[in-house]
Design a protein around this ligand. Structure first.
Ligand SMILES: Cc1cc2nc3c(=O)[nH]c(=O)nc-3n(C[C@H](O)[C@H](O)[C@H](O)COP(=O)(O)OP(=O)(O)OC[C@H]3O[C@@H](n4cnc5c(N)ncnc54)[C@H](O)[C@@H]3O)c2cc1C
Length: 352
C-alpha cells in the first residue's frame, strides 16, 4: 500500500509530491496533461500586489517555504528553473512615485519595496519617471520545472500518465483502491479540471483564462521583470514572455486573436522597437470566488482531499498549501480558516 495517490502534476500536485518525498511518504502521481495552467504560466513570484500596494496574503510565510523548496527541487532534478530577478514597476507620473514611497513606508511592505527610484534609461523603453524595484521577486520557468519533475517521477517509477476515472475509485473504510492498488489517501490537485470531479465539484472554482506570448525583441536588453500594464519576463537570448490577459467568460485553453491583440497593444505601448511573436499560449487559472484557495477533506469520505484554488499565484502558494494539507493529514494540525473548504459548507448546505 502507498500513502498517497496524487491526481494532477501542476504546481499543486508537484508541491504535495515533494512534501511527501521530503517526509518519507510513498505516493503515485497521475496526470493526463489536460489542463495547461502551470505549463503556460508566467511563473512570477512577487510578494506585493502592485495594483493596490498591499502585501500578498501570508507573503513572507509563503516565500520562506516556497523558495527553498524550489531550490531543493532544482538540485534534485538537475534543472535550473528558478530565476531570482527583480521586478521593475514603471512609474507613469510623479504621483505614482509618491504612492510608491508611501507604500514602502508601511511596515508590512517595507521589506519588499526598494526606496531608491531607478532612473536608468533603457534604449527602447520610454520611462521619464523611472521605476520602483520590488525585492525578493523572480520567476520559475514552469515548463522546465514540470518536464524535469515528471521525468524525475518517471525515474522513481511513481508517475502514471493516465486520466483518473472517478467512477473506478473504490472507497473502503480507511483506504481507497484504484486500478488494483491500495492507497491510504487521494489528493485531488486537478486545477480547473476539478469541474469533472464528482467529489469536489460543488466547490466554487471559477476559472480565469489567461493568454501569454513569447516574443523576440532584439536589443531590448533588460535583465529585470518589467511590470506596467502587462509584464515582460526576460528569458535570455532576446526572448521575453509577455502576459497576461484576464478573461472570466471563456473557459478554454485555446489562444484567441483578441487575446493576442490585447497583449500586442500593451506591448506596443511599452516599447518602441520591433518585435516578433514566436508563440502564443492560453490556460485557465484555478481561481475561486472569494480569492482564497480550496484545501481540505471531503465531508463524507475521510480519505479524499482537495488541493486547489491556487488562482493567479500558484508559484508562491503551492508549497505553502501542500505543507498545510500535509500537516493537517499527518499531524492533525488544523487548516487556517481562510483556506479550508469548510468555510463554504454552510453556504453549500453541507453538514460536517
Ligand atoms: C497565462 C497565465 C499566467 C500565469 N502567471 C502566473 C504567474 O506569473 N505566477 C503565478 O504564481 N501563477 C501564475 N499563473 C497561475 C498558475 O499557473 C496557477 O495558479 C497554477 O499553475 C495552478 O496549478 P494547479 O496544479 O492547481 O493546476 P494545473 O496547473 O492546471 O494542474 C492540474 C493538473 O491536473 C491534471 N488533471 C486534471 N484532471 C485530471 C484527471 N482527471 N486525471 C489526471 N490528471 C488530471 C492536469 O493535466 C494538470 O496537469 C498563471 C496562469 C496563467 C493561465
Amino acid at each position: 500500500m502507498k500513502d498517497y495517490l496524487i491526481v494532477g502534476s501542476g504546481l499543486a500536485g508537484i508541491s504535495f509530491a515533494q512534501t511527501c518525498l521530503e517526509n518519507g511518504k510513498s505516493f503515485d502521481v497521475m496526470d493526463n496533461n489536460s489542463t495547461t495552467s502551470t505549463r503556460v504560466a508566467g511563473g512570477m513570484y512577487n510578494p506585493v500586489i502592485l495594483k493596490r500596494y498591499s502585501e500578498v496574503w501570508r507573503a513572507k510565510e509563503q516565500m520562506e517555504l516556497a523558495l527553498p523548496m524550489y531550490d531543493r527541487i532544482s538540485e534534485q532534478i538537475h534543472v535550473a528553473f528558478n530565476f531570482k530577478t527583480p521586478i521593475y514597476r514603471k512609474f507613469a507620473s510623479v504621483e505614482e512615485q509618491n504612492n510608491w514611497f508611501q507604500a514602502a513606508d508601511k511596515p508590512a511592505m517595507a521589506p519588499f519595496l526598494s526606496t531608491q527610484i531607478i532612473n536608468k534609461t533603457y534604449a527602447h523603453i520610454p520611462s521619464p519617471f523611472g521605476y520602483g524595484e520590488v525585492l525578493y521577486s523572480g520567476y520559475l520557468n514552469t515548463k522546465l520545472l514540470l518536464d524535469g519533475y515528471i521525468a524525475f517521477l518517471q525515474e522513481q517509477g511513481c508517475f502514471v500518465a493516465q486520466t483518473f476515472d472517478y467512477n473506478a475509485l473504490q472507497i473502503l473504510e480507511n483506504t481507497v483502491v484504484y486500478d488494483g492498488k491500495t492507497y491510504q489517501n487521494v489528493i485531488f490537485a486537478e486545477g480547473y479540471g476539478l469541474q469533472f470531479n464528482p467529489f469536489f465539484n460543488h466547490l466554487p472554482l471559477d476559472g480565469t483564462k489567461g493568454e501569454l506570448m513569447v516574443v523576440k525583441i532584439p536589443n531590448l536588453d533588460i535583465d529585470f521583470i518589467f511590470k506596467a500594464g502587462v509584464f515582460l519576463i526576460p528569458l535570455g537570448g532576446d526572448l521575453y514572455k509577455v502576459g497576461a490577459t484576464y478573461n472570466w467568460t471563456d473557459k478554454t485553453d485555446v489562444p484567441t486573436p483578441e487575446g493576442r491583440k490585447e497583449l500586442e497593444d500593451e506591448l506596443k505601448s511599452l516599447i518602441n522597437c520591433p518585435y516578433e511573436v514566436l508563440s502564443h499560449y492560453a490556460g485557465v487559472r484555478p481561481t475561486v470566488k472569494d480569492r482564497r484557495p480550496l484545501v481540505g477533506q471531503h465531508h463524507q469520505h475521510q480519505t479524499l482531499y482537495v488541493l486547489n484554488g491556487l488562482g493567479t499565484r500558484g508559484v508562491m502558494l503551492g508549497p505553502y498549501l501542500a505543507q498545510a494539507l500535509f500537516n493537517f493529514i499527518e499531524v492533525g494540525q488544523p487548516l487556517e480558516a481562510e483556506i479550508n473548504i469548510s468555510r463554504m459548507c454552510k453556504k453549500l448546505g453541507i453538514r460536517i
